[in-house]
Design a protein around this ligand. Structure first.
Ligand SMILES: Cc1cc2nc3c(=O)[nH]c(=O)nc-3n(C[C@H](O)[C@H](O)[C@H](O)COP(=O)(O)OP(=O)(O)OC[C@H]3O[C@@H](n4cnc5c(N)ncnc54)[C@H](O)[C@@H]3O)c2cc1C
Length: 635
C-alpha cells in the first residue's frame, strides 16, 4: 500500500481480515501523527458499509464521532435552522489513529517517514495499491494505462480549524470589501471545529491572500469571521489556498497496480464524501480480490464495474454542489428562508419531498411565504408552490404547470404548437401559418416563429431535420449562409430588406392573434430557428451591426421583440441545445432547470424551466428555490 490515508489503511485492515497470512505493508511519507486537514464529516448512512466490513473499526470510529442533526445558515445578519440532517464529524487525525491501531492489531506492517519515489521497487509484490491521495505519484506513473484527466475549480479553498465547537453544522456567508467569504464549519470533537473556507479567485487576489503567508492569511480570516468565532481563534496547519482538483481516470488499474480513493477520483468536499468513497473503494476491492481468489484481472474488472458508476454519481452531485457554492452570489437578493431552501436543494439528491420529510416545519414556512409572495394572504398552511398562481401583468396563471402543445387538463398554461409568421418561415409543410382562435376560458400561449435555416423539412414523424425533396422545398433564410447540418440546403443571408419583411411578418401575425383573442405570445428565439441563428456565434458570422459580439447578434431578435412589447418580455422560456446539428447537450433529469435559474437570477427576469422535468417534486423544488417561476412538465 502506498499511502496511509483512509483508503490505504482500510484496505490493509480488510486484507489482513480476509487472511492473516497475507503480508501487508503500508508506506507513508508522514509521521503517524501528522495530517493535513482537520475534521471530516459523514452524512447519514455514509458509514453503514463499514459496520459489516470491519465491525471493530466501525465501533471505534462511530464512538469518536461528534453527531448533530440541525444545520444553521448564517446569511445577511440572520440564522436559519434546518433540521433533519443527521451528520457526524471526526478529526482526521483521530480517524487515522483508529485505522492505524486496527491495522497494526491485525498484523499489517506500517512504515512511516517513507517517501515513495517511484513504483519500481514495489512491483514485485503480488498487488500494489496506489492510495497516495489526490497528488498521486502512482497515478502519474500509470498515466498511459489509467488515462487521468485533472481540471481545477475556478475558486479557492483553505482547510482551517477553530478552537471552539460549533454547536451544529454551520454555513457562514460574510460579505467583505473584497467580495464574499464563506465558511463551512463543523465540530469534530468537544472543543474544536473544522472551518473550510471558500472564496472566488478575484476575492482571493483583492484581499491580498495571494501575497500573505499562512499566518497573515489566518489573521485576515479571523477578522472576517470574528463574529462567528466569539473570541476564539482559528487554527492553521498547512492551510493553503488552493483550487480544488477534479480527478477522473478512465481505468483504475494497470498490471498488478490499482488506484484507490483520491488517487483515482475526487469529489468536491462541499458534499463531504471523499473519505466515504475512499473507504468504500477499499471494501469493494477487498471483496473483489477475495471473490476472484486473487486473480487480479477479473478482480479489477469487477471492482471498477461496481465502483465507477457509484463514484461518477457522487462526483456529478459534488460538481453541482461546487458550482452552486461558487455562484451563490447571484442569490444574495433572496430572503433568508428561500436562500436556505436553495442551499439545501442545491443537488438533485434533496428535493421538496425529501426536505419535507427532514424538516416539515421549515418546508411549511417556505410554502406559506411562497404563497404569500404569489399574491395570497399569509396563512399557516399553504398549497405547494406548483399550485400557487402567478400574475404576469393582466394575466393570472392559476398554477405553475406548463404543458407544451396540450392537453389542458391540469395545466396552468398551455403553449401551442409552433405557428409560422409566413409561409417561408414554416418548419414543415404542415406548420400552420394562420394562428388558431384562442379557446374561450383557457390560457393558451401562442408560439410564433420563423424556422429559418431549419425550415422546409419533412414532418417530424419522418425524423428531425430531414429536408423536403427539391421539388417541394422552399428557399431558406438565416443570419449567415451556413447550413444547419451538412445534409441540409444552405440558406441565404437575410439583407436589411428581408429583415424588415420578417419584422413585419411577426407584427402582422401578432396583430392577427390579438384579434383572435390571444392574451399571451411566445416568440421563438430558440432551437436553431431564424432568430436563434442571429444569436448564436456558430450560425451568425455577419460582418454588419447584426453580427460580432453578443450585443450585435442580439440586435435583430431584440428589435423583433421590442416591436411587440415595449418593455421587454414578461417571462422567458429557457430552451437550450439544437442550435447546430452536431450539438451534444447533456440531457438528464430536470437538465434545463440550472439554465432557467441562471437567467432568472443573473438577468433578474421571470423564467419558465424546460427540460425533462417529470415530477411535481422537481417542479416544487425548482419553484421554491427560486430557480424558475413556471415549469414545463415533460409528458
Ligand atoms: C477541504 C477538504 C475537506 C474535506 N472534507 C471531507 C469531509 O467532510 N468528509 C469526507 O468524507 N471527505 C472530506 N474530504 C475528502 C477526504 O479528505 C479525502 O477524500 C480522503 O482523505 C481520501 O483518502 P485517501 O486515502 O484516498 O487519500 P489521502 O487521505 O490523501 O491519503 C493519502 C496518503 O498518501 C500519502 N502519500 C502521498 N504521496 C506519497 C508518497 N509519494 N510517499 C508516501 N506517502 C505518500 C499522504 O501523505 C497521505 O497520508 C475533504 C477534503 C478536503 C480537501
Amino acid at each position: 500500500m502506498l499511502g496511509a490515508g483512509p483508503a490505504g489503511l482500510y484496505f490493509a485492515i480488510l486484507m489482513k481480515r480476509a487472511d492473516p497470512r497475507h503480508e501487508v505493508r503500508v508506506f507513508e511519507r508522514n509521521d503517524p501523527d501528522a495530517t493535513f486537514g482537520w475534521g471530516v464529516v459523514f452524512s447519514e448512512g455514509s458509514l453503514d458499509e463499514l459496520e459489516h466490513a470491519d465491525h471493530e473499526s466501525y465501533v471505534a470510529v462511530t464512538a469518536a464521532c461528534a453527531t448533530w442533526n440541525p444545520l444553521d445558515i448564517r446569511y445577511r445578519g440572520t440564522t436559519t435552522r434546518v433540521r433533519g440532517n443527521a451528520f457526524s464529524g471526526i478529526g482526521r487525525r483521530r480517524l487515522l489513529h483508529v485505522l492505524q491501531a486496527r491495522a497494526r492489531e491485525l498484523g499489517a506492517e506500517l512504515t512511516f517517514h517513507h517517501e515513495v519515489e517511484g513504483l519500481g521497487p514495489y512491483l514485485d509484490a503480488d498487488l500494489v495499491v496506489g492510495a497516495d491521495g489526490a497528488n498521486s505519484l502512482v497515478r502519474r506513473e500509470l498515466a498511459a494505462g489509467v488515462r487521468p484527466a485533472v481540471d481545477h475549480a475556478p475558486s479557492r479553498y483553505a482547510w482551517f480549524g477553530a478552537d471552539l465547537a460549533f454547536p451544529v453544522f454551520t454555513y457562514v456567508f460574510r460579505e467583505t470589501e473584497w467580495g464574499l467569504f464563506q465558511a463551512h464549519c463543523y465540530a469534530y470533537d468537544e472543543s474544536r471545529s473544522t472551518m473550510v473556507l471558500l472564496i472566488g479567485d478575484e476575492t482571493w487576489r483583492l484581499a491580498g491572500l495571494d501575497r500573505l503567508d499562512e499566518q497573515g492569511s489566518l489573521e485576515l480570516c479571523e477578522r472576517v469571521f470574528a463574529e462567528d468565532l466569539c473570541g476564539h481563534r482559528m487554527l492553521s496547519n498547512r492551510s493553503l489556498w488552493i483550487s480544488f482538483p477534479w480527478i477522473r481516470c478512465r481505468s483504475w488499474h494497470l498490471d498488478n497496480v490499482v488506484l484507490l480513493g483520491d488517487a483515482a477520483h475526487t469529489a468536491h468536499w462541499s458534499i463531504g464524501s471523499g473519505t466515504k468513497l475512499a473507504l468504500e473503494d477499499a471494501i469493494a476491492l477487498a471483496r473483489a480480490v477475495a471473490g476472484h481468489r486473487y486473480r487480479l484481472g477479473p478482480a479489477f474488472a469487477e471492482f471498477e464495474l461496481e465502483r465507477q458508476p457509484a463514484v461518477e454519481r457522487l462526483q456529478e452531485a459534488s460538481r453541482v454542489s461546487c458550482d452552486y457554492f461558487q455562484s451563490l452570489r447571484r442569490y444574495f437578493t433572496f430572503e433568508p428562508l428561500q436562500f436556505a431552501y436553495q442551499l439545501m436543494t442545491r443537488t438533485p439528491r434533496i428535493g421538496h419531498t425529501n426536505l419535507t420529510a427532514r424538516d416539515p416545519d421549515f418546508v411549511r414556512r417556505v410554502e406559506a411565504r411562497f404563497a404569500e409572495r404569489a399574491g395570497g394572504r399569509s396563512a399557516y398552511a399553504a398549497p405547494p408552490p406548483a399550485f400557487t398562481p402567478l400574475r404576469l401583468r393582466s394575466v393570472t396563471i392559476p398554477n405553475r404547470l406548463v404543458f407544451m402543445g396540450g392537453p389542458e387538463d391540469g395545466a396552468g398554461l398551455v403553449i401551442s404548437e409552433p405557428c409560422a409568421v409566413s409561409p417561408e418561415g414554416r418548419l414543415t409543410p404542415e406548420t400552420p401559418v394562420e394562428p388558431p382562435p384562442a379557446p374561450a376560458g383557457s390560457l393558451l400561449c401562442l408560439r410564433l416563429g420563423h424556422a429559418g435555416r431549419r425550415g422546409s423539412c419533412r414532418p417530424r414523424r419522418s425524423g428531425v431535420d430531414r429536408p423536403l425533396p427539391p421539388a417541394e422545398a422552399w428557399p431558406l433564410v438565416s443570419a449567415s449562409p451556413i447550413a444547419h447540418a451538412p445534409w441540409m440546403p444552405a440558406p441565404r443571408a437575410l439583407d436589411r430588406e428581408g429583415m424588415e419583411r420578417v419584422r413585419g411578418d411577426f407584427a402582422a401575425a401578432a396583430g392577427l392573434a390579438a384579434g383572435l383573442g390571444h392574451r399571451m405570445l411566445l416568440l421563438d428565439f430558440a432551437h436553431g430557428s431564424l432568430l436563434a441563428s442571429f444569436i448564436s456565434p456558430l450560425a451568425n458570422r455577419r460582418a454588419d451591426e447584426f453580427g460580432g459580439g453578443p450585443e450585435g447578434r442580439m440586435r435583430f431578435p431584440l428589435a423583433v421583440a421590442a416591436m411587440l412589447r415595449d418593455h421587454g418580455a414578461d417571462i422567458l422560456l429557457v430552451l437550450t441545445g439544437q442550435t447546430v446539428a452536431g450539438s451534444q447537450p447533456a440531457y438528464g433529469r430536470a437538465y434545463g432547470v440550472p439554465y432557467a435559474d441562471r437567467v432568472r437570477n443573473e438577468a433578474g427576469v421571470a423564467t419558465i424551466a424546460f427540460g425533462q422535468i417529470r415530477t411535481l417534486d422537481e417542479v416544487n423544488t425548482a419553484l421554491a428555490a427560486g430557480r424558475a417561476d413556471l415549469c414545463v412538465l415533460d409528458r
